[in-house]
Structures are given as C-alpha cells and as structure tokens.
Write a protein that binds this ligand. Structure first.
Ligand SMILES: NC(=O)c1ccc[n+]([C@@H]2O[C@H](COP(=O)([O-])OP(=O)(O)OC[C@H]3O[C@@H](n4cnc5c(N)ncnc54)[C@H](O)[C@@H]3O)[C@@H](O)[C@H]2O)c1
Length: 258
C-alpha cells in the first residue's frame, strides 16, 4: 500500500532515543526527509555524523521557543517546510502528588504538555497549505491511573484532550491532528524509572500480549496516522499497548483461562 509519505518533511522531537528514534527511522524508511530534534547535543552529533542527506539533527529544547523557532527556520531552508510534526519529547516522573517537589511538577508540565502546545503553535505556519499533520505522543497513563504516575498522567490526559481540541480547531486548514498512546514500551525512560526491578520484563505482564512493547511498534502507528491511509482520521488517540487494561485482573485471567 502506498503511504504517500515519500519526500515528506517530518520533524521528530525527542528523536534520538526510544520511541522518537524509532519514529525517525520508520519515517526515513518511508522515504521521508527527517529532522531529529533533541536537547542532547552529543546524540544530535551522532545523528549528523551519519551524513544522510535525508536526515539532519538539530539540538533544541522543546521548552525553549527561540530554539524551536531556529529549528523550524532551518527545516524550512533545508526541506522547504514541515509536513508532519511529531511532538514526542517527554519526561517520566514516578512520584506521587504529595511527594513531588515543585520544580519537578513544573518540569513535567512544561516538557510533556506546555511544550507540546507551544511547538504546535510554532509549527502550524510551516504546515499550513501542505495538507500536513500533527502527531502527539500521549500515553495510556493519560487514561488509567497508577500509584506512581500522578502529574505525568495528568499531562498525558492533557495531551490527549489537546489533540482532540486542536483537530477541531485546525480542521478548516486541512491539518489533521492525532496522537499515539503507548502502553509500557522498552525504552530508556522505562528502564530508568524502574531501576529497582531485577527484570524489566515483568512490566509486560499486565498486557494481553504478556510482554513489553517495542519502540518500532509505536513508530508504526505514527507512520499510519501520518500517511494517506489515515486521511480520514483526525482527533484520535491510538492506543498501542499490547492489550493492556482490557482485562480486569491479568494475573488471574492468564492462570484461569489460558
Ligand atoms: N516508554 C513508554 O513506556 C512510554 C509509554 C507512554 C508514553 N511514552 C511517551 O513517549 C515519549 C518518548 O519517550 P521514550 O519512552 O521513548 O523515552 P526516552 O527517554 O527514550 O526518550 C525521550 C527523548 O526526549 C528527549 N527530551 C526530553 N526532554 C526534552 C526537551 N526538553 N527537549 C528536547 N528533547 C527532550 C530525551 O533527550 C530523549 O531523547 C514521551 O513523551 C513519553 O512520555 C512512553
């Protein structure tokens, strides 16, 4: 099937590791021209050392409008505009509401929610008139509760709602807006947040598939949502979770009803 993505200009924030890295690779495989944004200069240098004419890295912090404007201007110069804006950069924070220091609240809200909105606002002029689309990375944690997700869950619920609201606001401008909501995916974020576990794979136990998800599986959902195959899809949050949370008590269900 033709995705219609060949030659499209794609910007991926948080694009040097985990889900963002997999997304950059998946869009490159579709023949896209990909700009990788991340605030880690060393990782951006690695991207640029590949000397791939269809990809370049630009160090920018999604919470800094000046840096994001500089990035978008560079994308305009190099690739003529933006067709797909992927707002994926995010930070995890396994902490309760009552135990989280104020500066951590601010950081999680600023990166996970405020920056998604400001990056969209900055990118929209570059998307307009190109039939472009916006993809946000939300989370299953924005829909279901967990003892350790607190403000992270609130920001991701915000991203999901923002996705629907923006889809409505931009419908007259030919820009589709969708999100992916991953379950538990094998990335640095999950490894770091679960350092206390001997075996990270136990985190996959609550999904029907009985395993952790892989970044490429989320990237595949992004490719679909950005493609012509999803030309009738906007304002949706696509959950890619391996069937997490579709049964009430996974441990019991797997034993009693194999
Ligand atoms: N891994 C999971 O299980 C999971 C589940 C649901 C949602 N998510 C979401 O997926 C997205 C990607 O997470 P991941 O799991 O791949 O983690 P990751 O830590 O591997 O990747 C996050 C990337 O974002 C970058 N980043 C962080 N803050 C930034 C900033 N201010 N400016 C620019 N770049 C910044 C990091 O440098 C890193 O490259 C996040 O939004 C996360 O909340 C992850």
């Amino acid at each position: 099937m033709n995705t219609g993505l060949a030659g499209k200009s794609v910007v991926v924030t948080g694009g040097t590791s985990g889900i963002g890295k997999a997304a950059a690779e998946a869009f490159l495989a579709e023949g896209c021209r990909v700009t990788v944004c991340d605030f880690r200069q060393d990782m951006i240098d690695q991207v640029n050392s590949r000397n791939d004419p269809n990809q370049f890295g630009f160090a920018a912090d999604v919470t800094c409008s000046e840096q994001m404007c500089a990035l978008l201007d560079r994308v305009q110069e190099r690739f003529g505009g933006v067709d797909v804006m992927v707002n994926n950069a995010g930070v995890g924070n396994p902490c309760g509401f009552t135990t989280m220091p104020d500066e951590q609240w601010d950081k999680v809200v600023n990166v996970n929610l405020k920056a998604v909105i400001s990056c969209c606002n900055l990118a929209i002029p570059y998307l307009t008139g190109r039939g472009g689309c916006i993809l946000n990375t939300s989370s299953l944690g924005g829909r279901i509760t967990s003892t350790v997700r607190s403000i992270y869950g609130v920001t991701k619920a915000g991203v999901s709602m923002y996705t629907r609201l923006l889809a409505r606001e931009l419908s007259g401008r030919g820009i589709r807006v969708n999100a992916v909501a991953p379950g538990m995916i094998r990335t640095d974020m999950v490894t770091q947040n679960n350092r206390h576990l001997k075996d990270i794979n136990v985190l996959g136990g609550s999904s029907v598939m009985q395993r952790l998800g892989e970044p490429a599986e989320i990237a595949a959902g992004m490719v679909f949502l950005a493609s012509d195959l999803a030309r009738g899809v906007t304002g949706q949050v696509l959950e890619i979770t391996g069937g997490k949370c579709i049964v009430q008590d996974p441990a019991w269900s797997w034993k009693q009803h194999p």
